[in-house]
Design a protein around this ligand. Sequence first.
Ligand code: ATP
Length: 450
Amino acid sequence: MSADTNKESVEPSKDTGMEEVVSLCARRGFIFQSGEIYGGINGFWDYGPLGVELKNNLKSFWWQRMVRERPDVEGIDSAIITHPRTWEASGHVEHFSDPMVDCRACKKRFRADQLDEAPKCTETKGGVHDLTEPRDFNLMLSTQIGAHADAASTAYLRAETCGSIFTGYRRVREVARKKIPFGIAQIGKAFRNEINPRNFTFRSREFEQAELEFFCHPDQTDEWFEHWSEVRLAFHRDLGFGEGNLRTRSHGEDELAHYCKKAVDLEFLFPFGWQEIEGIHDRGSYDLTQHAEFSGKELSAMVEETKERFVPAVVETSVGVDRTALAILCAAYDEEELEGGDTRTVMRLSPIVAPLKAAVLPLSKKLAEPARKIAAELRRRWNVFYDDAGNIGRRYRRMDEAGTPFCVTYDFDSEEDHKVTVRERDAMSQERVPVEGLAAYLRERLEAHL
Ligand code: ATP
């Protein structure tokens, strides 16, 4: 948690507003309110059929790059409720808070450092809030374990996924027979009782993080910090972010979290301004020192040549899966004017994350059988949509909104020449491709970035 949160909404918005993205997400079932039929629950979101595919693709891409392609990184999947001592040792029970103020007139609650964005008071004449003094509000969500609700049964839903990476560090290192430097990675849910959840999924109370904790000798931290910063920038560029919407921002001394020696944010230009989507942190030896002290366990390592003992330092890369998914959706959203005055809404999603890679659309229901066969064949490899209902133009538009890179049309000529028409989403170009070579044709285009 960075101490600085004042930086929101400081940049001009780009053309696409959030309303369009939020509306498309609900309309097409990417993301919608959790518990919608009851009016929703503030700070909680559900991913629909397209959303879950997009998010899973994003997580798989991260896992591929950060774990599978890396001989020096191991993955884990740990419990959401971590031993309560974890959060005492990490300092979260004591420090993980935001300053909160209440308005005595309208009874609303705000973050003291985000007052400039608060709506006006509805109860006072000039609309000025009658605010209390700021109080620290701890962001950890707690629960009770077992039948007796007392202090001893209080546990926390993890506020960041890295806690259990530190508590599991020793075992993972042993079972994976790793030597320093090496990293442990995890993707999973985190929970923060944010005072003002807002900007759609950007600031939620339940969200997912993909984190790497890289353990190294304290003398090598700067080197590894540089290395991981480059790796992470390359990741975002491969997703399609570029100079116009991606930048880095170093934290000033006064912004650093209590455990942090150095921090760089990767920021994306959302319609509501430049905002952090990932933090890269030099956590020093803070974590393992604290956990060694609180657990009484030996967590140090040894330099083989000199037999010098040291507590490993940690370089962390921590990306929000939901925030990145939102950035992807914002970047992809486009409304394009077509010849004849029509406009189409198209999600220009990278094939890496596109929920559907292709759609098979027979021109007529009479052609359903061979078209279904083609869809079944393609489904062995990709998530493929099949649709034989209605006007072909409307079916193309639906696939444009879903961000599907290719539409495959089976028509009456296909019966004779065993070819299909492949329509590419962005240029709307069409090409006749033999059914036999269709999978290879798509593979070449869909998997070029992997
Ligand atoms: P912020 O300053 O925006 O509150 P942070 O500095 O507290 O973020 P970190 O603790 O560094 O964030 O968490 C790492 C990543 O987790 C962030 O870059 C972000 O993508 C994600 N994240 C943090 N808090 C939330 C949240 N409330 N909702 C969604 N994603 C979040």
